[in-house]
Design a protein around this ligand. Structure first.
Ligand SMILES: Cc1cc2nc3c(=O)[nH]c(=O)nc-3n(C[C@H](O)[C@H](O)[C@H](O)COP(=O)(O)O)c2cc1C
Length: 463
């Protein structure tokens, strides 16, 4: 059985999975859930010095759905949330967690004054925190570090806290605020033990009906599946440059994402949105998936594959940008159901005719493209139904059953086509020679676009 224990900023974690968000970790009971489901640490998000950073007039988080053609919908979460506790209460929660739990507890702080940073750091050290995260990345962080000298302000603050406390320090860094590689190298020089790499995209939503901005009063951020790409890239570039530990944050939505982050150099992987979506049990899914994967690959510890793919990433000038293949893009706008169909049955068109009672026309639509009409109407695994947008509201339309209905209607009500004589067209298929005299069509069509080898034997029968 692989051993998931991971050394992170000098601490021994039972697994490399770290739960990180205010809503998921702010109380001892929530931290206990993280521990029970197999997390190695919690980052208690984030104590904010100013009241204005904690309270927002708009919703705390929000799920946005966007549809990408036939690819289904994608979601992400925007948020505006820091801990609701003041520093004394926040530190008390940390102290209680340390007394009652074995999971590593890493408070996260976000202040606006030098005194605030130092006081919070010292109180949390006294409370027994295992390490301290300095939040320079979250939307609230952008308030703290607004202005032109973002990087200098970060370095000054980190230096101040480094001198004030001796517990391990992690700095949360975002590529939106700074250029991460330079910042990470400098904070390592100042003496911190780890960095959390996250892409803080300040999100926005616009209501097209009211033409109002959603969440107008809130700084919104970005989590969920979309958020993985940039941290993945940044970590792969930071990892070879520094010795400190890297926590990845953003977009973990399956165990493969955990493996992905470790392969580019992350020591631990933080998860937030996916737990909001799936519950604390999701931590276990990540842990089991990672374990199974390591077993299959023969890895004993996570460090056996940490950073393994970094050497395979090509630099900008090594990439061959010439086209090696032509993309096949259908120029017509395609409905998701039709896009998903292997033979591109115009689903909307045939259902349109069907709904008007024009069954013959509906049948014609299907027959115009579908060489396997009866098969597709009976045994097809109907990917069209998975793609059906009606499914977003309640149930997808029963496309396959409707198609079968039309075909059976046709079999009962329309005269069946009797093969006629094969038209003389000379040497249409030169490799077959001319069609023999008196031979007959076996089917009313060959489709021109699939007139390939496998249709040949069925095209005519010798008379
Ligand atoms: C509701 C919510 C609250 C969050 N609160 C904080 C916070 O207080 N401090 C912080 O640094 N990050 C905070 N985050 C950001 C997450 O820690 C994480 O970096 C981000 O959501 C991307 O990861 P994910 O895709 O796993 O959610 C919060 C995220 C959410 C969704």
């Amino acid at each position: 059985m692989p051993d998931l224990r991971t050394r992170y900023v000098g601490l021994e974690l039972e697994t490399p999975i770290v739960v990180a968000s205010s809503g998921l970790t702010e109380t001892v009971e929530k931290m206990r859930l993280c521990q029970e489901h197999g997390a190695g640490a919690v980052v208690v998000k984030s104590y904010a010095e100013e009241e204005v950073m904690r309270s927002s007039p708009t919703p705390r988080y929000r799920i946005l759905r966007r549809r990408l053609g036939g690819e289904g919908s994608v979601t992400f979460i925007s948020y505006e949330q820091a801990s609701k506790f003041d520093i004394e209460r926040y530190a008390q929660e940390v102290a209680d967690a340390k007394a009652k739990l074995r999971i590593k507890v890493i408070p996260s702080i976000l202040c606006v004054t030098d005194e605030g940073w130092v006081k919070a750091a010292q109180l949390l050290e006294e409370a027994g925190a295992d390490a301290l995260e300095i939040n320079t990345s979250c939307p609230h962080g952008s308030i703290t570090f607004r202005g032109k000298r973002v990087e200098e302000t970060i370095f000054r603050t980190v230096r101040l806290i480094r001198e004030a406390v001796s517990l391990p320090i992690v700095v949360k860094v975002s590529s939106m605020l700074t250029s991460p590689i330079g910042v990470v190298k400098e904070v390592e020089r100042i003496g911190v033990q780890g960095v959390t790499i996250f892409n803080r995209m300040t999100a926005l939503d616009v209501n097209v009906h009211t033409e109002e901005i959603e969440m107008p009063g809130g700084y919104t951020g970005h989590g969920g599946p979309w958020a993985i790409q940039y941290p993945l890239r940044w970590i792969s570039q930071i990892y070879p440059e520094v010795k400190l530990d890297i926590a990845a944050s953003g977009g973990v939505s399956c165990w493969e994402d955990v493996v992905r982050y470790i392969l580019v150099g992350a020591t631990v992987v933080q998860v937030c949105t996916a737990i909001f979506f799936n519950g604390y049990g999701f931590i276990e899914e990540l842990v089991r998936g990672l374990e199974r994967h390591m077993e299959e690959k023969g890895y004993a510890r996570p460090e056996d594959f940490r950073g393994k793919v970094v050497g395979k990433i090509l630099g900008m000038y090594e990439i061959d940008r010439r086209h090696r293949f032509d993309a096949k893009i259908d120029p017509s706008p395609t409905a998701p159901c039709k896009f998903a169909c292997p033979v591109k049955v115009p689903v909307q068109a045939f259902i349109h005719y069907l709904s008007k009672g024009e069954f013959a026309k509906a049948l014609e639509m299907i027959r115009s493209v579908d060489p396997f009409q009866s098969v597709l109407a009976r045994v097809c695994y109907h990917p069209c139904e998975d793609a059906c947008t009606r499914g977003d509201m309640d149930e997808p339309i029963a496309i396959m059953a409707l198609k079968r209905f039309v075909l059976e209607w046709g079999e009962r009500n329309l005269p069946q086509e009797v093969p006629g004589p094969l038209p003389r067209r000379g040497r249409r298929w030169p490799w077959l020679g001319p069609a023999p005299q008196g031979s007959q069509w076996l089917t009313t069509w060959p489709r021109r676009d699939i007139g390939s080898w496998y249709t040949r034997p069925f095209l005519y029968r010798e008379g």
